[in-house]
Each structure stands twice: as C-alpha cells, then as structure tokens.
Write a protein that binds this ligand. Structure first.
Ligand code: NIG
Ligand code: FE
Length: 421
C-alpha cells in the first residue's frame, strides 16, 4: 500500500533522521518544509520534500493520493502518561471539588484512587477492554497515535495483572502504539493500611518479576508524594524494576517537593512527570541526565493546582515533553489538542515548543522515538492533516475548536476528512 500527500501548506516536525529529542533553545525550532509532499509505503515514510523537488509519479498502481492544499501535515500526538484503563468516571468528586474539597480531602474520605480501585476490582476484563477501546478510539480521532497506559487501579496482584492484560489486548486490537506501565505503587490499598512494607514487598518480590517475565509492562511507576509513597519506597521499586528491565516513569512533585526527582535521576528513570511544585534543586538535578521532564497541564487545569515551570526547565536546556494524564480523578480528558493550548497559554511555551513537546519529546518519553514523533524517512506514517488554518500558532490559539481533518496511523485513516475525499 502506498500513500502520497501533496501540496501541503507545510510539513511540520520534519526532523532529520537520528534526532531523538530536542532540548532547551532547540525546542523552539520546528523543522518544516513549505509546500510539501510526502510518500509512504506499507505505513512507513519513504520520502518527502518541497513541491519544487517533486520527482513525479511514474507508477500510479495501488497509490492513494491526498491533496493537502491549505492544510498542515504534522506528526500525530504521542501521549506518554495516561491511566486510560479504568472502570468508571468520578464526576461526583468533581462536584465535591466545586464545593471546595481538595484532591487530598476527597482521597481521605475514601474517594480518589481507592474509589477507582474498588470499582475496577469488580469489573471483568472484557468490560474494561471495551470501555478503554472506546476512549482510545476517541483519542485517535483527536490525533493521538501513541499512548502510554498505566495500571494502578487494581492494587492487588490479581487486579494489577488484570489491568495489564487489558492493555496487552488493546495493543493487539488497536492501530495506535501502546506502552504499558506497572503502577502498583499508586495508593496504599486498605488491606495493607498497617503494613506499607508488606505492600512494597509484594510489588518488588511478586508483581515486578511476574509482570517482567510475562512481558506485560515496559516501565514501572510510583506515585511518590506526601501521604502516598516515600522516596525510599520509590528507590526500592525503581531499583527492582531496573533489575527486571523496566525503566522508571514516575509521578513526582505534584503537590510537594520531597526528593522524588533526585531519587528518580539516581535510578536512571526515563521520565519524571507532573512537576507542579518545583524547587531550584529539583530543576538543577535534571540537567545533564537522560530523564525527561513530562508536564501535564490539563491536570493543573482540572485540579486548580499550580502549572509546572516549563520555561525554567527549557531555560536550563532540558527537553520538555507533554502528556494528558487521562484518568477519572485528576484529568478526565485524553485530548492532546487541549494540552497543546494549555501548554502555550499557561506554561508559556511557544507553539513550536509545544508541538515538539507533544510529538518528538513525547515519543522519547515513552521510548517510541525511533518510529514516531517526526515526519522523517523511516518513521511511521502516523500523522495529522489539519483543516485549512492560517498558521501553526492558530492551532493552540483557537482553543477548544477541532482543527483536525484527517488522522492516519501507519498510513491508514483512523479519521477521514475532506482531504481524503
Ligand atoms: O496522575 N497523581 C496520581 N495519579 C493520577 C490521579 C489518579 C486518580 O485520581 O485517579 C494523576 O493525577
Ligand atoms: Fe498520572
């Protein structure tokens, strides 16, 4: 199967082969080719350029042609932090929050993560699979071509494995790239309320070895936070994960700065996520490491908590990535287009920085940068074709409006618009 996109207003994110992420001042550079064409074969980009270099087509057999006049073509969004497998929404807590309760107060009343865990334990695998497929289909239509999905609403060996088996089925059934993360250390389950050490031991001696040997996860995560898991517990879990080939991708500094970033860096974590509450030392320790700061502005928006200091991170030369954090408690939205707008409006990222953070750097933060995150020869033809829009900045600027016409994953439409007609 071959695909030709021609006359694109611009091909955005046309990174050179081998560029695996962009950091610091380079984040403001979004390589683009004006008036572009792109050719893909069997789902992989094989050539691209400006229409002035258009080589022409001699063999029209089995060739799908898309005329992208007035439209931008950009790499599909990668979403490197979600909790997309869950049993039920929690809009009653949303109303409690409107009435003035905080996220922590709701959790203390038996709401929050433990509320989701009760419901998930009672739901069978098929029903969880169907609900998550529906969410992911919606996210693909909004331009997401890769997603990381965490466990963390099971909190028993059996139910954490159930969640990860659902993620495995989703990987097999859906066209988007999926990476799985074991987040058993999401909250202390009531059965272990008086035995924290026993729960952490269950994770390190039972869950991690079993998950690794069955290939059910790619990463391990810990919610390192006051009233959740300590820095020492994070170290134990990440160390065991690393021994089993599961790098860390961790929740740190959402509400308090307690040293989670320093520990994650020591353990060689791939990403540190949230970062709403940052001290100078937290920013400094990330410099010169391979740990990618991953920001979740739609979580700040929904919980009315501070926004992460994206500018300070970029000024220190770091590669910022963006994600939705899609989950029923703190971010009931898997829409990366909203994340793009919030990144520009609230994090003060330039549109070019935000697109790099939601594509190439986001791909790197979930380990799929070799095949996604750029319009680059050799990468997957997983991309977004916009509606006619005046400029790149218009995408985050006109927030809340759907600017997407067509979404392709591996060269095949998951959403067909006028460009395909
Ligand atoms: O990333 N902070 C911890 N975990 C999620 C929220 C999970 C929930 O409330 O269900 C988050 O915000
Ligand atoms: Fe999260």
């Amino acid at each position: 199967m071959r695909l030709l996109i021609k006359n694109a207003k611009a091909l955005l994110g046309a990174h050179a082969p081998g560029v695996s992420l962009v950091a610091g001042g380079r984040m403001a550079e979004l390589p683009s080719i004006a008036d572009g064409w792109l050719l893909a074969e069997n789902g992989v980009i094989t050539a691209l350029g400006g229409m002035d270099t258009w080589p022409g087509i001699t063999d029209w057999n089995d060739l799908e042609v898309i005329d992208a006049t007035d439209r931008y073509v950009l790499p599909g969004w990668c979403d490197p932090h979600t909790h997309t497998v869950f049993a039920a929404p929690r809009e009653e807590e949303f109303v409690d929050k409107i009435k003035g309760l905080t996220y922590q107060e709701i959790a203390a009343r038996g709401g929050g993560i433990l509320n989701s865990a009760r419901k998930l334990r009672a739901m069978d695998e098929d029903a969880l699979f169907r609900a998550a497929s529906e969410r992911l289909n919606g996210m693909m239509r909004q331009g997401t071509v890769a997603v990381e999905i965490k466990s963390g609403y099971g909190l028993t060996v059996e139910s954490e494995l159930k969640m990860l088996r659902v993620v495995k089925r989703l990987k097999e059934a859906l066209p988007l790239r999926i990476r799985a993360t074991l987040l058993a250390a999401h909250a202390l389950p009531t059965e272990f309320a008086n035995d924290r050490d026993g729960y952490v031991r269950m994770i390190t001696s039972e869950l991690i070895p079993q998950v690794a040997s069955e290939g059910l996860a790619d990463f391990v995560d810990v919610f390192c936070e006051t009233n959740y898991f300590t820095v020492a517990e994070l170290e134990r879990i990440l160390e065991t994960g690393a021994q089993h080939g599961l790098p860390g991708k961790v929740h740190v500094n959402q509400f308090t700065s307690i040293g989670g970033i320093q520990a994650a860096v020591r353990q060689g974590a791939l990403s540190v996520d949230h970062l709403e509450v940052m001290e100078e030392a937290d920013l400094d320790v990330l410099q010169g490491t391979g740990t990618i700061p991953t920001l979740l502005p739609s979580c700040s928006f929904f919980l009315r908590i501070p926004y992460a200091p994206a500018r300070a991170l970029i000024d220190r030369g770091l590669p910022v990535a963006l994600a939705t954090d899609h989950n029923p408690g703190s971010t009931p939205s898997g829409n990366m287009n909203l994340v793009l707008s919030l990144a520009c409006i609230q994090l003060r990222m330039l549109p070019e920085e935000a697109v790099n953070a939601a594509t190439l750097n986001a791909a790197a933060a979930m380990g799929v940068e070799q095949e996604l995150g750029g319009l680059t020869v050799g990468k997957r033809a997983s991309l977004i074709i916009t509606r006619p829009v005046p400029s790149l900045a218009y995408l985050p600027y006109a927030f809340g409006t759907d600017h997407i016409d067509t979404v392709l994953i591996d060269g095949r439409p998951v959403r067909s618009g006028e460009a395909l007609a």
